[in-house]
Design a protein around this ligand. Structure first.
Ligand code: BDR
Ligand code: CA
Length: 307
């Protein structure tokens, strides 16, 4: 199985992404690192620990940055609830946090297996930026770098910016400017992954996974005004699905720069598909095979529920 290290801010769709990674026979999750994002670091970390136990994952969880590189934290409690999983309260975590900081955990884990691990970030890119600053070689060591973030059309948190980019534009700029290729799974792609009624019907027989997590989370997440019509977009699971099977995605090579100066446009991922190819730094996802994506998710969830 392919090794993956997941940097996240759970977060409802982060939680659903972790279940996909854990349940996929094609992935081996080697670590989970947490960052401030949807909710404060204390909650994203606590949620990661509780989710690890609930899913039966045997994997280190390391706590990362509680603040963006430069700006004040900006959370999204309206979308994810004040503690991050809607109203869901999972049992107290039994297992302990890693005593390493996420930044050191990322560096050491990638250093130990150069070229082998997919580094996948589905929250603000603060930990990734700090790790790049501390050990620039991680850009070489990561087998690939996949993010959920950005958009080449418009944002979700404001017209210009997607949440993960707006939460830490300077961190995102460091990540996009590193000498690796960023696979950008942005909103244009993730809006194709809607947990509508037909999708949710496929999760009906998953026991406690369905009744204690998926359904209450999706009820909360799907009630957000931006999601009422077509069902909530399960953004972060798309990045995991890319790591499992990039064949479900069409991507286009481009130059992506993150705006850090704009008064109204900070966090915008300015995507130039027409730039000369020698300055391209990203593969930007455009089209998802949604049917195959949901089959991947449903199969993985069945594996999680069975254990
Ligand atoms: C992204 O922002 C967060 O709210 C979600 O978890 C996802 O990572 C979508 O814009
Ligand atoms: Ca997230």
């Amino acid at each position: 199985a392919k090794k993956i290290l997941i940097d996240c801010d759970p977060g409802i769709d982060d939680a659903l992404a972790l279940a996909l990674a854990h349940g996929s026979p094609d992935l081996d999750v080697v670590g989970v690192t947490t960052v401030v994002g949807n909710v404060e670091l204390e909650h994203t970390t606590d949620n990661a620990l509780r989710l690890r136990d609930f899913y039966g994952m045997d994997v280190p969880v390391a706590r990362g940055a509680g603040q963006p590189l430069v700006r004040e934290p900006k959370t999204a409690g309206d979308v994810h609830g004040n503690t991050g999983l809607g109203g869901v309260v999972l049992p107290e975590p039994k297992s302990k946090l890693s005593d390493q900081h996420a930044v050191d955990f990322i560096i050491d884990t990638l250093a130990a297996a150069p070229g082998e691990i997919s580094l996948t970030a589905v929250g603000p890119l603060t930990n990734i930026a700090l790790a790049l600053r501390k050990e620039p070689k991680i850009a070489e060591w990561a087998g690939e770098f996949v993010i959920m973030g950005g958009s080449y059309t418009r944002g979700n948190t404001n017209p210009a910016a997607e949440f993960n980019m707006l939460a830490d534009p300077e961190g995102a700029a460091v990540a996009f400017n590193a000498p690796w290729r960023t696979v950008m799974i942005g909103l244009d792609l993730t809006y194709q992954a809607r947990a509508n009624a037909a999708v949710r019907a496929r999760f009906a027989d998953l026991g406690r996974l369905e009744s204690e997590l998926i359904t209450p989370c999706l009820d909360f997440y799907g009630s957000h005004v931006s999601y009422r019509d077509e069902g909530p977009a399960i953004h972060d699971a798309c990045a995991i699905a890319y790591v499992i099977d990039p064949g479900l995605f069409q991507t286009v090579s481009a130059r992506v720069d993150v705006e850090t100066q704009g008064r109204f446009t900070a966090g915008m991922t300015v995507t130039d598909f027409g730039a000369p190819s020698d300055v391209h730094n990203a593969d930007v996802a455009t089209t998802l095979d949604a049917e195959a994506f949901w089959t991947l998710v449903a199969d993985a969830y069945r594996n999680v529920a069975a254990n």
